[in-house]
Design a protein around this ligand. Sequence first.
Ligand SMILES: C[S@@+](CC[C@H](N)C(=O)[O-])C[C@H]1O[C@@H](n2cnc3c(N)ncnc32)[C@H](O)[C@@H]1O
Length: 280
Amino acid sequence: MVMTQTRNVHRDRFRELIRSLTGISLPPTKVQMIDQRLRRRVMAFGLADTETYLEQLLGGTLPGDELRTVIDLITTNTTSFFREAEHFDYLAEVIAPSVATRSRPGRPARLKLWSAASSEGAEAYTAAMMLEEARRRGHNFDFAILGSDLSQRMVERAIEGVYDTDQLSTVSPDMQRRYFLTSSDPSLAGKARVAPELRRRVRFRNLNLMDTHYPVDRDVDVILLRNILIYFDPVTKEKVVERLADHLRPGGILIVGHAESMVVRSRTLRQVKPTIFQKN
Ligand SMILES: C[S@@+](CC[C@H](N)C(=O)[O-])C[C@H]1O[C@@H](n2cnc3c(N)ncnc32)[C@H](O)[C@@H]1O
C-alpha cells in the first residue's frame, strides 16, 4: 500500500513537471506510454524500474541534461509531408495570391510563415514547396519560413532536411525531382535531402510554446499550429493561441489541425473555415 502511494507520488510529480514545462498533459491513462518511452533511460542507468528512475530524475541526481532527453522522449513527433493537404492548397491558392497583391514594381511582397510545432520539418518544407510552386505559376512574392519545436532532436533533424525516400510517397514525382536531391554516397542510400534553394528559405529553432514571450516577428502572415493543441490542457491551449495571435499581422491566418478547430476561442481571431482563423 505504502509502496503504491510512493509510486503514485513520483508519477504525479513527474506528470506535473512535464505539464508545467511543456504544456503536455499526461493523464493517468498514459502511464503505460510513459513506461514504454522511459524504458531505455531506465536501462541506460542500470536502474531497477521506472519508479526509481523518476525518483532520481525528480531528485536531480541523474547526470547531464537528463530532463531535456526526457522531454524529447515524451513529445509525440508524428508528422508527414502534405499532412492535411487542403491547408497547403489554401496557402498556395488563396493566401499566396493575396499576399502577392502587396507587391510593388521592383519590390516583391514578402510572405512570412511560422510552423509553430514543426517536428522534423515536413510541415515547413511542404509549405516551402507549395509557395515555390505558386511563384512558378507567376505570383510575385518572396517568402521566409520559420519552423520551431520544443524538441532539440527534431529541430536538428529539420535543419539537416534528410528524409527516408519512403517518407516522400505523398510528394508528387514532379516536386520530388524539383525539391529533393539523392546521392550516390552509400551512406545516403534510401535517403533524400531537401534542395539547398528550398532550405535557404526555411530556418528552424528551438522554441517552447509555454514561454510567455516568443522571439519572433509580429507581422507573420501565416501560422501553422497543427496537431499540437490536442496535447495541451484547456488553459494552456487558450494562452498559446492568444500569444500566437499577437504575432500575426492584421488579416494574418492561423491554421490548426482538424482535431483542434473547436478549441480556438480568441478575441482577435474569426473563423473563416473549420480549421482556418483570420486575425481582425
Ligand atoms: C504531433 S507533432 C505535429 C507536427 C506538425 N505540426 C504536424 O502537424 O505534422 C507535435 C510537435 O509539437 C512539439 N511540441 C510539444 N510541446 C511543445 C511545446 N510546448 N512547444 C513547442 N513544441 C512542442 C513536439 O515536440 C512535436 O514535434
